[in-house]
Ligand binder design. Sequence first.
Ligand code: NAP
Ligand code: MG
Length: 475
Amino acid sequence: MRNQLKHYINGEWIESTGPETIEVINPATEQVLGEISSGTEEDLEKAVKAARAAFPAYSRSTKEERIQWLKNIVKGYEARKDELIDVMTDELGAPLSVSDEVHYHMGLGHFKQAVESLSDFSFSEDRGGHTLLKESIGVSGLITPWNFPTNQASTKIASAIAAGSPVILKPASKTPFAAMILAEIIDEAGVPKGAFNLVNGSGSVIGNGISSHHDIDFVSFTGSGTVGKKIMKNAAETIKKVALELGGKSPIVVLEDADVEKAAKTAISNIMTNTGQVCSAGTRVFIPQSMKKSFEKTIVDLLPTFPYGDPRKEGIVTGPLVSKDQWDTVQSYIKKGEKEATLLVGGTGKPEGLETGYYAKPTIFTDVSNDSVIAQEEIFGPVTTIITYEDLEDAIEMANDSVYGLAGFVVGKDPETLRHVASSIRSGRIKVNDANTDFNGPFGGYKQSGIGREWGDFGIEEYLEIKSVHGMPSA
Ligand code: NAP
Ligand code: MG
């Protein structure tokens, strides 16, 4: 059993100032996996002081130094591959292959990308009438969700190191252990003390403390819209910059000329990867009316090719949901869906043989109206909705009829139509067919999906202030 009750502050693992702890549950077994400290305001205060003290020297560190720290982190991360995979399977319930190919891989990708982006990054530019300087923003607070334990923390940390901004990370209390391994890796990478701090605890104490702290300059948050709004309100008191990566209800637009099997596979993998607990998941599938029958048959036939169950079993691609709460939420949406639409496959309750663990049945609804609850609200589980269209322009209009704008997908053949749809969807990231993900591609939302961009050079910009110097003498 893991038992890690310390916080990482000012280059050291130290005891919490409070006695409270939080249990971490393995969602596949429903057993307690370990405990973390429920940090206090005093713990946070120590971390902010350490970050503030580190700021003057750290913000003036050279590009070469930062590249070296990032390279050391890459090495340390690779060295602990097996452990990271194991931990994420335990705390999140991700199947071993997903912990490896998705979670481990993405966390690593951001550190490697930061090395590359930083190498090409210019912190000073002569713009004729003035010189532009990009300087570290100050102390940054990072608040992360449970659904991608390494990806979310890594993109923020890598960008902050590239920018020379000291940070305090508060990982999600449901999945804190992968982040604690990251802290150990950073500790060994030579990053100056105080530049990286990790304080465990609840959102209501540590998260809230970060967003309202007078000595934190920037909050980078990934999570729900509800919490995002609270963070913005708190941040307003000290005019703190905020970056918010929030939810989504992304469209998959299937064109007339699409291969039905390819389109169905895209739709299924969007709800089966990470058990649908993906903010950018495509969960509204727009198909031409003429394709309805064949698409429904194909998607039902293909669903079993995505086996779900025990995340430690060979060949499993979809595990349980992260928690009892998440399971309850998904059940309530499936119940709503049964009233609003036609249940094609799945439904409420646990799948047979998977009574222990927070398993939900992969569920597909058809005859869905875009204005129904299951098509408008983020479910964050293995549930998708099929919506038919007669005219492509109507499909685009429906695709954009959402408060969200995080991602979008288009499946088909005609290049001109693919380009047209890609440029018409109001979202921060579009995937055309099954294109590979580029770690330098900015990630973030239009509309209520958020503010700001992470990943690559755009991610680094978030941790920088802009200064224009007029009349700078040349060196
Ligand atoms: P959440 O409840 O918003 O929690 C996210 C983080 O915020 C956790 O660390 C949580 O702490 C903390 N928190 C809770 N209350 C807080 C408060 N009052 N002030 C500051 N921090 C607080 O979200 P979740 O349920 O963990 O994650 C699911 C949501 O995240 C979905 O809506 C999903 O779409 C979104 N998400 C978005 C992205 C993206 O990049 N756009 C990526 C992943 C997830 P504790 O839970 O430890 O108490
Ligand atoms: Mg939550």
